[in-house]
Design a protein. Sequence first.
Length: 85
Amino acid sequence: MTSVVGALLLPLCLTSCVERTPQTPAPLVLFPPESVFTPCEQPKMQGETWGDIGSHALALQTALSICAGQVETLNAWRQVTTRLK
């Protein structure tokens, strides 16, 4: 009876001596800020006079500066993430 119990407990004792390799964590995936995924506005020409062209130019300049800000944000994010690797 003692040898049977010993035979059953022996594998349990031996498994505690096994060296286990730690699991490697999953790679961390970083994404850019959500604000850079907003489509850039493309203002349409409103009106038919020469004065309307000035308003349209201001709307284009505003849209362009917003889009340029998104690109700057994306470039800054890329620099930060490449330093982390």
